[in-house]
Design a binder for this molecule. Structure first.
Ligand SMILES: [Zn+2]
Length: 213
C-alpha cells in the first residue's frame, strides 16, 4: 500500500486540499494506522499554535513530537546545531497563488535544547506591521513555566523589539515586518540562540531542517 506523503498529510490536517484529494486521504487513513497516527500528530502540532483562551499544551504532546522527529532524524549526522525548526506552516507546499492569500499567519515551532518555542506571526493584509505571540515550554521541566526569559527581536545586530516571558512562559512582540529578522532567546545560563522569524521561506520542509548558528 502506498502511504500518504507528509506534505499531503499536513495540508490535509489544515484542510487546505481539494475535496477529491481530501476524500482519498480520508479513506486511506481509515484503513492505515501508520498514516492515521502521523496525521494525528500533525494535527496536534498544528493545534499548538491556535491560541484559544483555554489553551494548555496537551500532555504528552512534546514527548510524542520529540519521539517522532527523533525517528525521522535517526540517520542524520550528529549535529552541533543548538536549535532546530520542527514546524513551519509556510514550509508546506501550497498550490501556486494560494500562499499570498493565506500567508497572514505563520506558525513556527523551534526546539532549543529541551525547550520548545512555539510561535505565531500575524500580519494584516497589505500591512508591514506584525505581531508575534509565542510560548516556551521546557520538556525537561513540564510543570515549570519558562518565565522571566529575555526575548529580543533582532535585525542583524539591531534590537527591533524586546520583552520578557511572563509567568506562563508566554511573550508578545509587535514590530514592522522585514526579512531576516531573528529572535534572540537566552534560556538559563546558555548563550542566546537566534531563531529565524522571517526569511526562512525557502528552506526544506521542517522535518529535515536543522538550525545552523
Ligand atoms: Zn498509509
Amino acid at each position: 500500500m502506498k502511504h500518504i506523503a507528509q506534505e499531503a498529510l499536513t495540508d490535509f490536517v489544515r484542510k487546505s486540499l481539494p475535496s477529491a484529494e481530501e476524500r482519498s486521504i480520508h479513506d486511506h487513513l481509515a484503513q492505515c494506522a501508520k498514516c492515521a497516527e502521523t496525521a494525528s500528530l500533525f494535527r496536534q502540532v498544528a493545534a499548538i499554535g491556535t491560541r484559544e483562551a483555554q489553551y494548555e499544551p496537551p500532555s504528552g504532546l512534546v514527548r510524542s513530537v520529540k519521539a517522532y522527529f527523533g525517528t525521522q532524524q535517526k540517520f542524520a549526522p550528529e549535529s552541533a546545531s543548538i536549535f532546530e525548526l520542527l514546524f513551519d506552516s509556510l514550509a508546506q507546499p501550497l498550490a501556486a497563488g494560494a500562499r499570498a492569500s493565506v500567508a497572514s499567519a505563520r506558525q513556527l515551532l523551534y526546539r532549543v535544547g529541551t525547550v520548545y518555542v512555539d510561535m505565531r506571526v500575524d500580519s494584516a493584509l497589505n500591512s508591514e506591521q506584525a505581531a508575534l505571540v509565542g510560548q516556551m515550554l521546557d520538556s525537561a521541566h513540564p510543570g515549570h513555566p519558562v518565565a522571566g526569559v529575555p526575548v529580543i527581536l533582532m535585525d542583524g545586530r539591531k534590537n527591533v523589539a524586546s520583552t520578557i516571558s511572563n509567568n506562563n512562559g508566554e511573550f508578545h512582540l509587535e514590530f514592522a515586518l522585514k526579512s531576516n529578522l531573528r529572535l534572540s532567546i537566552a534560556v538559563g545560563d546558555a548563550s542566546p540562540v537566534y531563531l529565524p522569524i522571517t526569511g526562512v521561506e525557502h528552506k526544506r520542509p521542517p522535518v529535515q531542517s536543522r538550525g545552523v548558528n
